[in-house]
Design a protein around this ligand. Sequence first.
Ligand code: IPE
Ligand code: IPE
Ligand code: MG
Length: 238
Amino acid sequence: MAKEIPKHIGIIMDGNGRWAKKRFLPRILGHRRGAEALDRLLKAADGMGIEHITVYAFSTENWKRAEDEVSGLMNLMREYIQDYIRDNETSRLKIDSIGDLSVLDEDIQQNIKLLKEISKDKPGINLHIAINYGGRDEIKRAFKTMANAIKSGEIAPDEISEELIASYLDTAGVPDPELIIRTSGEYRLSNFLPWQSAYSEFYFTDKLWPDFTIDDLKDAIASYQNRDRRFGGRNEGK
Ligand code: IPE
Ligand code: IPE
Ligand code: MG
């Protein structure tokens, strides 16, 4: 059994809308409570031995939502990134992002860049925020860069390996997530880390994201620790 703490946990933070609806509150308030839940979780998880946490904040498909929800989410992200910059001095988090930032408002792009720079030597958890992230979009962008590298003679087609492909993804240099958690009772990946999750363990809970606590994270890790990870082999004698 995998008794160790996963080094990398992916979290699909789902259910903010339903959390708000249940309370007759606007959806954006559910998103705000969701952002607060993440904040609390990151503080409580510090020191547990988790090295990387990747959180799904906004997918390439989420643009389909109503304009006021999309702009509300962008403003919430803007505010949180500013808060993380303000609190950087006392924070232990190393923060960066995955996803295509190029279509976001210029100030958000600049602040994410700044946050990455000022937090890069922090000793705590590596927080990777997936913003305008979609796994297929990530692979498409990697293909384009790789095709250009082949065209210019930088790499030869024969050199393409799984490792080389991984090095063109947004997650280059980050180990694959051992554990992926999804809240709110949905049993799907919704385009989150499809390449990287080939051998991840999955944990699903009915809890809506704003209600997710450190105890829920510990339950997810305990469940992971009871899994028999075979990677296609047989784990004989175990
Ligand atoms: C997850 O909560 C956050 C984002 C997708 C941005 P949802 O907004 O999807 O919440 P539900 O699924 O409608 O409850
Ligand atoms: C996935 O949740 C995206 C995020 C949590 C940011 P969605 O609510 O967008 O996923 P679907 O639409 O239920 O698949
Ligand atoms: Mg949802």
